[in-house]
Write a protein that binds this ligand. Sequence first.
Ligand SMILES: Cc1cc2nc3c(=O)[nH]c(=O)nc-3n(C[C@H](O)[C@H](O)[C@H](O)COP(=O)(O)OP(=O)(O)OC[C@H]3O[C@@H](n4cnc5c(N)ncnc54)[C@H](O)[C@@H]3O)c2cc1C
Length: 320
Amino acid sequence: MKQPIRIVGQGMAGSMLAWHCERAGIEFELIDRGHATAASRVGVGLVSPLTGKRLAPTWRFSEWRDEVLTMYRELESELGLSLVREMRIRRFYRDAKQRELFESRIEKPEIAAWVDGLDDDGLWLKGALQVETGTLIAGLRKRWRQQGCLVEGVVPTDVEGAAIWCVGAERVPIRGIPWGPSRGELITGRLEGLEEDVVLNDGQWLLPQEDGRVRVGSTFDRDDLVSKCTDAGQSQLIAAAERLAGRPIQGATGDSGLRVTVPDGRPVVGWVDAARTQGVFAGFAAKGALWAPALARQWVVDGLDGAKLDPEVRLGRFFN
Ligand SMILES: Cc1cc2nc3c(=O)[nH]c(=O)nc-3n(C[C@H](O)[C@H](O)[C@H](O)COP(=O)(O)OP(=O)(O)OC[C@H]3O[C@@H](n4cnc5c(N)ncnc54)[C@H](O)[C@@H]3O)c2cc1C
């Protein structure tokens, strides 16, 4: 009898892989130690068409945005949870130099496609999504525990064994992948009266919730990977909230998590060995809400041999 696929870690990566296995009728076994440190619990699941100081197109956003929106809608109806919102982004210029840069960049068709207007203060971007990744992984965990296909426990990452490693910023037992973790802090507090479907962004973002709360993030620290929240990080975010909303945030509390990426900024996906005993599905940086469901579908859809995986994400690029 064929062994079930063994998936270690049930953040967005492990959840999306297991969900596509379930849909394809492939048996799986999930092992996860709990969501206390999961980036998917902390992150806010923003999926933006254009990001960063240079308004760069998000890799594969145009190709995958509608497909992942459909998947999240299906998950909403399966789990009876509210998981995804369509959003606009109000992207403010930091200064005159950035305004000049953005105005020159929107000449490019791949950037213009997502710009929905501009004025003296900034741009309006369309097409963004916000996914409640923490709610999603908690909902799937409950279902899979009830079905007996999720086991709570720690799989030692220094011991080799057949598995697909979906352990986020935790080191996987495969040498040669140049992981780069970073710690991100955010705050949650109250700021009433903002438009619920508009993300404010000037390099830091402010995400309104439907209940008068907002989430504001995030910091980026490659050196201190250990602290929970720092005074400097929390002050930076409280100041960002006031700058973006024009008034102070009330009752702010902080949280933090680790994201992980590799130097080319692409996820890391595929089998390590020809016998397909060890696999990796990680490196989702701050784009897990877009990349994890789309790449999990690609990996599972052809029976897990990986032949249809996007060449830019293949694990083999580190071993050539
Ligand atoms: C502050 C912050 C803001 C973010 N904002 C966004 C955003 O706006 N949009 C976006 O798309 N992404 C965002 N992200 C990134 C996003 O959260 C990640 O891309 C994604 O959630 C990573 O999912 P993952 O499954 O790879 O890792 P994780 O969510 O970390 O899941 C890993 C799981 O594996 C388990 N595990 C680890 N080791 C073991 C082991 N040895 N045995 C058993 N279980 C184990 C952990 O307990 C955990 O449950 C943000 C991240 C942070 C920190």
